[in-house]
Design a protein around this ligand. Structure first.
Ligand SMILES: C[S@@+](CC[C@H](N)C(=O)[O-])C[C@H]1O[C@@H](n2cnc3c(N)ncnc32)[C@H](O)[C@@H]1O
Length: 203
């Protein structure tokens, strides 16, 4: 039987105890470690990064010799780590890529996206908006990753999920689907993991 929705569940309380800004921090920690997506000293771009739970974990994993860039529609409170750069940015705006490059011009080793649209409760509309953000994240990844770089994006399992998975498979050597332990039982979100951007796919 599915457990009733508890907004202050185990992972919520654990995040509070550990000073993490969002319970989703546990999700990216599990995915990155299980799939070996990032090493110390590397550069990572996080799309839809507010309030900063992913960023806290990614900053620990890269260490101070790395670079962590986080962007969101909403402002992200300073993390107090000089290797983390953030900006308010709409990923659907035409100058999004240019603005990311202004924050950090070199190619990234990993691009993550936890972007989610404001849902309106109409399943087809919510799924279509989510897919639009996923495609945008994939486009940004293809244009900003090193060849061999990795990609993680949150997707809502729906009609077009296999289509998106195929789009990721077309540009990465390997594709996996992750559903980390911290995912709420009632949620239909998963993370698509693209490993190894194929050479020549970078524009
Ligand atoms: C689930 S939250 C991300 C939580 C974050 N991963 C963390 O650990 O703190 C989803 C985020 O996607 C952002 N978002 C949605 N549409 C966006 C867009 N067009 N451009 C940038 N960010 C967007 C929202 O503002 C929201 O902060």
């Amino acid at each position: 039987m599915t457990k009733p929705y508890d907004p202050k569940d185990f992972y919520y309380r654990r995040a509070k105890e550990q000073g993490l800004r969002a319970r989703s921090a546990f999700k990216i920690d599990e995915i990155v470690k299980r799939h070996h997506l990032l090493s110390r000293g590397q550069a990572v771009l996080d799309l839809g990064a507010a309030p900063g739970g992913f960023l806290q974990v990614l900053a620990e994993l890269t260490g101070e010799k790395g670079v962590v860039v986080g962007v969101d529609l909403e402002p992200i409170r300073n993390l107090g780590k000089r290797w983390v750069r953030t900006a308010v940015l709409d990923l659907l705006a035409p100058d999004a890529l240019e603005r990311i490059r202004a924050l950090y011009p070199d190619p990234f080793d990993l691009v993550t996206s936890d972007m989610a649209p404001k849902t309106i409760g109409i399943k087809v509309t919510d799924e279509a908006r989510s897919l639009e953000l996923c495609r945008m994240a994939l486009g940004v990844a293809v244009h900003t990753l090193k060849p061999g770089g990795n990609f993680v994006a949150k997707v809502f399992m729906g009609g077009d999920f296999p289509v998106f998975k195929n789009e990721v498979a077309a540009v990465f050597e390997r594709v996996d689907v992750a559903r980390p332990q911290a995912t709420r039982e009632s949620s239909y979100e998963v993370y698509v993991v693209g490993k190894g951007l194929r050479a020549g796919r970078r524009a």
